[in-house]
Design a protein around this ligand. Structure first.
Ligand code: SF4
Length: 281
């Protein structure tokens, strides 16, 4: 039986960068808390906890020590609140998310309503909404955008980790609804190339596999999109760790493809491969 990894998988540069910043800050022996998990992966969060880094879900619950902002970034109001408390900030916002925040801010400043294709409750999208002005809205469904709440100029951008094809379809549907009454529609491509490369590599591998295993947090948007891309092609399972693999999935399979979300550490991928080898020995 062949086990093959996708040619692009696992930690992206934004996540590696965020972890490097936090881990090197722990060397200074100061108490660090992260506002929300630094990435959507329990193994990574547990590793940081072992270095003394805890997670808090609200700025109010922090003392005045050092607060780390995750790779997903935050709204300007949140940053002001943290700084107003006198806390020191370690900002690990991914540069690609930062570009999306700046794009949202520019559109709002130029008099556009900003529509964000994304999950309204995802931390990155909550942050983006904060940069996108008072007429901003986030949704996964173009049909649910209330047109009466939008200005005559509309800017559309995406949560960085969404799927390219789904974003195109969202833009097409929304444009069709907007065109009769809207003066200007501007689309900014804020999709992350690291995410897109993982999506294409996963689909390519799914086409030559009997089974795809997608490794990553169940609450990780980019990992879910990898699984969604493979499901129409081949039997696919999204797991968070090696223990979730059921031996029955592997029966009679000759080629097993592995991919992993951008917040999945290399060790988790290797553990999955070892477990498959063990179950099929
Ligand atoms: S997936 Fe892309 S946007 Fe998100 S942290 Fe990684 S590099 Fe940055």
């Amino acid at each position: 039986m062949k086990i093959e990894k996708a040619r692009e998988l696992g930690f992206c540069f934004g996540v590696r960068r965020a972890l490097k910043i936090i881990e090197s800050a722990t060397n200074d022996r100061v108490k660090i808390v992260t506002l929300g998990p630094i990435v959507h992966n329990k193994t990574v969060v547990a590793r940081l906890k072992s270095l003394g880094v805890d997670v808090v879900d609200d700025v109010e619950k922090t003392d005045n020590g050092v607060i780390a902002i995750s790779s997903h970034g935050v709204a300007p109001a949140t940053m002001d609140k943290i700084q107003g408390q006198g806390a020191k900030v370690i900002d690990t916002t991914c540069p690609i998310v930062r570009s999306a925040q700046k794009a949202a801010q520019r559109l709002a400043g130029a008099g556009f309503s900003v529509v964000i294709y994304g999950e309204a409750n995802h931390p990155e999208v909550r942050g983006l909404l904060g940069w996108a002005g008072e007429h901003a809205i986030a949704s996964m469904n173009a049909d649910e955008i209330p047109l009466q709440s939008l200005l005559k100029r509309v800017g559309i951008l995406s949560q960085t980790t969404q799927s390219r094809l789904e974003f195109i379809s969202f833009v097409n549907n929304l444009t069709e609804r907007l065109l009769p009454a809207t003066r200007e529609i501007r689309v900014i491509n804020t999709l992350c190339q690291e995410t897109l490369k993982r999506q294409s590599a996963a689909i390519e591998l799914a086409k030559t596999s009997d089974l795809m295993i997608v490794v990553g947090g169940h609450n990780s948007a980019n990992t879910r999109h990898l699984a969604e891309g493979c499901i129409p092609i081949v039997q696919t399972y999204h797991i968070e760790n090696a223990e979730e693999i059921d031996a029955a999935w592997l029966r009679d399979k000759q080629a097993i493809g592995i991919t992993a979300g951008a917040s999945t550490p290399d060790e988790a991928i290797e553990q999955v491969i070892q477990r498959i080898r063990y179950l099929t020995r």
